[in-house]
Design a protein around this ligand. Structure first.
Ligand code: UP5
Ligand code: MG
Length: 199
């Protein structure tokens, strides 16, 4: 059988904008596989014998972006395993990546000839709403970065490093923006309209 070339939608937006929540809803309604770069990194951090555990832990607490060599390998492996298990699963939502220039270059180097980036789904949300959502979640999430100090740094990194990446894609006409400040179902209605149009 001929392997389909993976089709990728990058899902970006500030910390707590609702990327994970909306990706879950998308997978319930469309044939996409959700890969959260943050979840993959947290999984690697927890993996027995990982040589990167401490480095990942430090970066996440400090709201810094992990070197792309680590993240791209996790993403590539997850994509390959998904397609190996089921060749019909070649559509991916890559959530929380690429976050900076290093991420973008790593993706280009490793994945440019292996996958097609269809567009960027951008969840646009004010910093205040993002912070409130993460602090609220922090009461039960157990995430080491859902506290005021880490959030300050996550927002900073988002504004300094990730927004310019979104801007680059915007200049290529590749960004689909959703107002993420509304209720979950209202946001999802906008997401649906985009996906129904884009296929
Ligand atoms: N919620 C969601 N939608 C809501 C709505 N419309 N109305 C009201 N509440 C809403 O949602 C966050 C919270 O808000 C939840 O409690 C939810 O119920 C509620 P969620 O869907 O989890 O938002 P999301 O955007 O996914 O937030 P997350 O915290 O996951 O975003 P981050 O981008 O900060 O986290 P991520 O896991 O992607 O990255 C964490 C860290 O990993 C980074 O800071 C970085 O250190 C590292 N990282 C890398 O180094 N490289 C990568 O490539 C990726 C991550
Ligand atoms: Mg998330």
């Amino acid at each position: 059988a001929v392997m389909m070339k993976p089709q990728v939608v990058f899902v970006l937006g500030g910390p707590g904008a609702g990327k994970g929540t909306q990706c879950t809803k998308i997978t319930e309604n469309y044939s996409y596989t959700h890969l959260s770069a943050g979840d993959l990194l947290r999984g690697e951090r927890a993996r027995e014998g990982s040589e990167f555990g401490q480095l990942i832990d430090r970066h996440i607490k400090e709201g810094q972006i992990v070197p792309v060599e680590i993240t791209i390998n996790l993403l590539k492996k997850a994509m390959e395993e998904t397609m190996k298990a089921d060749e019909k699963k070649f559509r991916f939502l890559i959530d929380g990546f690429p976050r900076n220039e290093d991420n973008l270059q790593g993706w280009s180097r490793v994945m440019d000839d292996k996958a097609n980036v269809k567009f960027v789904l951008f969840f646009d949300c004010s910093n205040e709403v993002c912070i409130d959502r993460c602090l609220e979640r922090g009461q039960h999430s157990g995430r080491t970065d859902d506290n005021r100090e880490s959030l300050q740094k996550r927002i900073q990194t988002y504004l300094q490093s990730t927004r310019p990446i979104i801007d680059q894609y915007e200049k290529q006409g590749k960004v689909r923006t959703v107002d993420a400040s509304h209720k979950v179902d209202e946001v999802f209605a906008d997401v649906k309209a985009i996906l129904d149009k884009e296929g």
